[in-house]
Design a protein around this ligand. Sequence first.
Ligand SMILES: CC(C)(COP(=O)(O)OP(=O)(O)OC[C@H]1O[C@@H](n2cnc3c(N)ncnc32)[C@H](O)[C@@H]1OP(=O)(O)O)[C@@H](O)C(=O)NCCC(=O)NCCS
Length: 331
Amino acid sequence: MPRACLLGTGFAVPDRVVTNHDLSGVMDTTDEWIRARTGIEQRHWVREGETGVQLAVCAANRALDMARVSARQLDAIVYATSTPDHFAPGNGVYLQRDLGIDPIPALDVRAQCSGFVYALSVADAWIRTGQYQRILVVGAEVQSTGMDVTTRGRNTAVIFADGAGAVVLGPTEDADRGILAFDLHSDGAFADKLWVDVPGSMYHPRIGPEQLAAGRQYLDMDGREVFRHAIARMPESVRTVLEKVGARPDEIALLLAHQANLRISEMVQRKLELRDDQIYNNIQRYGNTTAATIPIALDECVRGGRVRGGDLIVLTAFGSGFMWGSAALKW
Ligand SMILES: CC(C)(COP(=O)(O)OP(=O)(O)OC[C@H]1O[C@@H](n2cnc3c(N)ncnc32)[C@H](O)[C@@H]1OP(=O)(O)O)[C@@H](O)C(=O)NCCC(=O)NCCS
């Protein structure tokens, strides 16, 4: 059975930079509070008219260039997002359309912050079974249009942001390369700890004036619960995926943890007793871009020379659902 390996990476964020100072002008918050609690210094938010799919096209083209694969050679698209341009259809079909390619399958994965890891596992399974050869996997989000950018929404508005990351996967027979293992979980008991309530098909109509007035269309988060679970689940999952591949934490060349919050990433690092050279954080510049954080960080590491052939890379994520998981791969 072939393994899936990463052939190229790319990312894109909107040009518009929103600093902590910008936010303190529109809500009761401060640069000091945001840096101390989250590590974030700035983030990128779309301008009106700019879409998640546009960011995904840009990220995908960069990944395709690096992979030396033309969009027409793709066999499938797996697109992780919790913030599609529309309620239906999913964003994958718009990406297929805007890349101008044949009517290949395009599947949306809804696993929020863990979306990229889940999407990667779908593409990996398709490649291993020989169903498809070259697959574009995207994690992309536009969170800014779904947040309450007033004091009422300050616990989420300062954290979440927009961006897209992409990888191109292909088969390899090389035993020293490729995706080695996954560890995936979900626990719906915590579904309302980080969620967007409306619009929802359980409501008649799906969204109404009272719900809008109550702000139920905005991302709602119980920050303390998310924090508590994130710092337990990510290290646990990393250990599990390492056991599957017979490796120890000190053998990881690079851990890319979902960029939820710098304090969470630091706790994950501490719990796994990882050295600074084994981890990479960029939340300071991009905020939490949900399904996009891992592929954005991966592309920065690849282009920045942080990964070499044969390196053991571990990806780990935790978020809304709760859903969490990890992937282990050899570069
Ligand atoms: C959101 C988070 C930073 C809040 O920090 P915290 O120490 O838990 O703070 P609390 O929620 O208890 O709130 C403490 C106070 O700060 C206030 N506060 C919240 N957001 C604020 C902001 N942006 N600026 C200033 N004050 C803020 C709260 O209103 C509260 O005020 P009160 O004590 O007067 O009620 C923290 O819970 C966290 O990091 N959670 C994980 C979030 C995350 O990573 N989400 C992504 C998951 S994928």
